[in-house]
Design a protein around this ligand. Structure first.
Ligand code: GAR
Length: 190
């Protein structure tokens, strides 16, 4: 059995897509979700799916050694960042090198880095009159949004798009691809 732990800060629609994808899988399991926001919508979504969530305050995420111990206690094999909006500190990266991935709602390296998350990205893409946007799934390393790219998929940006309408198209793309990319990577672990 391989155990996935998801980190999330927001609504949790990607976490839900991943949990549902593995619901009938006997060899891969979503063990729990860790958050940095007690009010994040992901708590409610996971409650209705029977997946435990654990919230840790900022100081714990910053020090990160307690998070590593927690992950080891949960027998974590793979970490998935699904809308997790805080920096991953070095102790976690070192303990799980090559076993932490993130999804980013743009075609990296465009629209990545500090301050580029969620609607800020879609606003910037529309302001720049891009005709294409998309999603990037990448490994986490010490530089924000710069880890090795694993998968990208693109979609159109329409002339009358708002940040909300573009976000909806991007979310659909994420839900379609993210769970199977995770499955392929977990299946490839030793
Ligand atoms: C997703 O679109 C994800 O790509 C983005 O946050 C959203 C979370 O949605 N992540 C980032 O912007 C990371 N820089 P969700 O909570 O409904 O899964």
């Amino acid at each position: 059995m391989k155990n996935i732990v998801i980190f999330a800060s927001g609504d949790g629609s990607n976490a839900e897509a991943i949990v549902k994808h593995f619901a009938a899988n006997d060899s891969i399991k979503v063990k729990c979700v860790l958050t940095n926001r007690i009010n994040a919508g992901v708590h409610q979504r996971m409650e209705s799916l029977g997946i435990p969530t654990y919230n840790f305050p900022k100081e714990v995420w910053c020090d990160a050694n307690e998070i590593v111990r927690f992950l080891q206690k949960e027998n974590t094999d793979f970490i998935v960042l699904a809308g997790f909006l805080a920096k991953i500190e070095i102790p976690i990266i070192k303990a799980f090198t090559g076993r932490i991935i993130n999804i980013h709602p743009s075609l990296l390296p465009k629209y990545g880095g500090k301050g580029m998350w969620g609607h800020h990205i879609h606003e910037a893409v529309i302001a720049a009159r891009e005709t294409q946007s998309g999603i990037t799934i990448h490994y986490i390393d010490e530089d924000i949004d710069k880890g090795e790219i694993i998968f990208q998929a693109s979609c159109e940006v329409l002339p009358d798009d708002t940040p909300d309408s573009l976000a909806e198209r991007i979310h659909a793309l994420e839900h379609r691809h993210f769970p199977s990319v995770v499955e392929n990577l977990v299946n490839g672990l030793d």
